[in-house]
Design a protein. Structure first.
Length: 303
């Protein structure tokens, strides 16, 4: 997440007086580095990525060379992933291109980083003026990045699969909410990956999950009965994604009951069930990966 990266940079500034931050501010085509990718290079360490490969290796060495020179103002470098390009060749051949901004990070940025980390529903602006949460009055180039994670996934069911899914999603750009109706559930207590945990009454689950284009709902509760309670209260609501775990026979029986009670088939058709992409999942971890892959596919389908 964006703020986690800034926390790490803020901590690095407590030990090192200077480092280079590279930020991908634009990309086109099959570029390995996407907008928002970041990488830090200091004298003693580096973390993050701007896309990998020979391009990243080359720019890391370039960043290190900057640290041996006087302080510099922010600037950008274009990288074209095509060996036929007359200028700005990245050394890669995957086609596409990207633009990377370079920032000289010194102790002067401590207050900026603190402000960014405390920002709520704000944006970070990267420009030739530097980095800040306020939009510059004028800039030769500008990239805006939200500080909050726009994609929220609500996992209904805090058991072993829910725990495994949270662990996978914690490495991705989702804010994770885990919901269960069972008190003192050991897998809920052990779940350090979710950003929000709550024990609720499934009969009121529709009051705990908002609607929206950035809302993903994953139903994997304790069993058929609780799944049916949940799906009855969420069908027809507007979500980016809604999916339900279960065997094909279980899903078939549940849908027959819902249709018999007057639920709309078109609403049921919008539910991904059985959940996940088909990778012949057998273990808890494999199921989690298949569901995470499906969420990523839906998230990125219009990009």
């Amino acid at each position: 997440m964006v703020l986690d990266f800034y926390k790490k940079m803020h901590e690095l500034l407590q030990h090192e007086d200077r480092f280079v931050l590279m930020v991908v501010i634009a990309n086109e085509g099959s570029s390995p580095g996407r907008k928002g990718f970041k990488m830090v290079v200091s004298k003693s360490q580096m973390f993050g990525t701007i896309g990998g490969g020979i391009m990243e290796h080359k720019l890391v060495e370039y960043a290190r060379s900057l640290l041996s020179k006087p302080e510099f103002n922010p600037f950008i470098k274009h990288q074209i992933h095509d060996k036929s390009a007359l200028t700005d060749q990245s050394g890669m051949i995957c086609s596409g291109q990207q633009t990377i901004a370079f920032f000289d990070i010194t102790s002067d940025y401590k207050s900026v980083f603190a402000k960014i980390r405390s920002a709520k529903n704000d944006a970070i602006f990267y420009s030739d003026n530097g980095i800040d949460v306020g939009k510059p009055k004028s800039a030769a180039w500008l990239f805006q990045e939200p500080t909050s994670t726009p994609q929220h996934v609500y996992i209904v069911g805090g058991g072993h699969v829910g725990l495994a899914l949270c662990e996978v999603l914690a490495k991705l750009d989702f804010e994770i909410h885990i919901l269960d109706h069972r008190e003192n559930l050991n897998t809920m207590q052990a779940n350090t990956f979710a950003h929000h945990r709550a024990v609720i009454d499934f009969e009121t689950i529709d009051t705990h999950i908002p609607e929206g284009d950035n809302i993903y709902v994953v139903i994997m509760s304790f069993g058929y009965r609780t799944d049916e309670i949940v799906i009855r209260r969420l069908l027809g609501k507007h979500f980016k994604y809604i999916g339900m775990m279960g065997s094909k026979e279980k899903i078939k029986t549940l849908y027959e009951n819902l249709l018999a009670d007057g639920f709309d088939k078109l609403q049921l058709d919008k539910v991904y069930a059985p959940i996940g992409i088909d990778i012949k999942s057998e273990t808890t971890q494999e199921i989690a990966i298949s569901v995470a892959a499906q969420l990523i596919s839906i998230k990125n389908q219009n990009k």
